[in-house]
Design a protein around this ligand. Structure first.
Ligand code: 13P
Ligand code: SF4
Length: 396
């Protein structure tokens, strides 16, 4: 099954869209400044091993579940956003944290690690289109709109990990917390103990799925704030009556799955269990049998009985790896067409080799550094999440 997957090279247009220019307002970052080894170099694996050995305990490599196999093989720990944030915070002896993931994850690692530690993103163009959908000036305008509607004082911001450090800092300053897909329910419950309403940023789907399916709110309790429209495209009354104000953002990878995908896989494989990530739309999640973060999806497959059939709605690198690791189970990708997260895929072996070799020769490249003021308030919001009761039980 896994052998049928295709590994597409990004087109020149995709590379252009991913950002070749410095762009301080974007999660996309800038072009890699160094001389990369060619992808065809047959020694890349040996070179990565050698550089990692040379660095020894000085380096700690984190790998998100959506990373390529060629990169994940060098990760000291793999995980979802929440687990990796915890692991980065728990490794004070490592001088370099090499984050094989995307820009917002590396920022969070920088915020959670000590002053003596440096966080490296092997390709600075590894951003996140969802995080790009909420800019700090837009979020501040939204807060001004909520103030104008007389509800900012009773609204708690809950911000998904997939956001810029500036928006995490906004969240900390305004009494809110960060959440990830593994703890969104607990974060929302916490928020409703602190206030009457929630502003959920930037993924409307995770916010809606959690509010309606886990907290029992109705779809009518949720409104969508569109940052490109005056007052978010809402009336003051709509804002005042809403319990959850969802930011109009989404993940372009998980947004590909449709209710039709679920129907058609069920038709093809009767009895198949459909499991999807909560970044999928409400309609898809409603049709699926199970929903969960990447860690939860992995746990479900690992504990499934041999012979069981699963359709998985999340990023393709993870699904491919699960299919390879569980040949005794039938594992299919929920969408009919190939869909990697193109920005996660920016981190490839040449970039990893290049950054490790540079570090080994004493040249710190691609460091992600959040300014102290932003870092302080973002940490307040991250610490609120990490302090939520019972969360340590959700990883490992
Ligand atoms: P998790 O790692 O929290 O499951 O999130 C998935 C994702 O889209 C990360 O960018
Ligand atoms: Fe962003 Fe979606 Fe890619 Fe995650 S999978 S990094 S949310 S675009």
């Amino acid at each position: 099954m896994a052998g049928t997957f295709i590994d597409p090279a990004p087109s020149p247009l995709a590379l252009l869209l991913l950002g070749r220019e410095a762009d301080s307002s974007s999660e996309r970052g800038v072009e890699c400044p160094g001389d990369l080894p060619p992808a065809s170099d047959p020694d890349l694996i040996e070179r990565a091993k050698r550089a990692k050995e040379t660095l020894g305990e000085r380096v700690f490599i984190l790998g998100h579940h959506y990373q390529r196999d060629e990169v994940i093989q060098f990760a000291d720990v793999t995980g979802d956003s929440f687990k990796l944030a915890q692991k980065a915070a728990a490794k004070p002896q490592a001088e370099f944290i090499v984050f094989c993931g995307v820009h917002f994850m590396a920022e969070s690692a920088d915020i959670l690690t000590g002053e003596n530690q440096q966080v490296i993103l092997p390709d600075l163009a590894a951003g996140c289109s969802m995080a790009d959908m909420a800019e700090i000036t837009q979020v501040e305008q939204c807060w001004a709109d909520l103030t104008e509607a007389g509800v900012a004082g009773v609204t708690i911001p809950i911000t998904y990990m997939n956001s810029t450090a500036a928006i995490k800092a906004f969240t900390g300053r305004n009494g809110g917390s960060i959440c990830t897909s593994s703890n969104a329910q607990r974060s929302l419950e916490w928020a409703f103990q602190q206030g009457e309403k929630v502003l959920f940023l930037p993924d409307q789907h995770l916010g809606r799925n959690t509010a309606v399916r886990d907290l029992g709110l109705s779809l009518e309790d949720c409104v969508v704030y569109n940052p490109n429209r005056p007052l978010g495209g809402l009336t003051k009354e709509q804002i005042q009556n809403a319990k959850v104000i969802l930011w109009k953002g989404h993940c372009s990878v998980h947004g590909r799955f449709t209710p039709d995908c679920v129907d058609s896989v069920r038709e093809k494989v009767p009895g198949i269990t459909v499991i999807v990530h909560p970044e999928c739309t409400y309609e898809v999640v409603e049709k699926a049998d199970q929903v969960g973060s990447t860690e939860k999806i992995i746990a479900a497959i690992e504990s499934a009985p041999p012979g069981s059939a699963w359709a998985i709605g999340t990023e393709l690198n993870l699904v491919k790896r699960l299919a390879l690791a569980h040949p005794d189970k039938e594992i299919v990708y929920l969408d009919k067409t190939v869909c990697f997260c193109s920005t996660m895929n920016r981190i490839d072996l040449p970039h990893l080799v290049w950054s490790l070799e540079q570090l080994a020769t004493g040249n710190v490249v691609n460091q992600i550094k959040v300014d102290p003021e932003t870092s302080h308030w973002a940490r307040v919001a991250l610490d609120r999440m990490l302090a939520l009761p019972g969360l340590s039980a959700t990883v490992d």
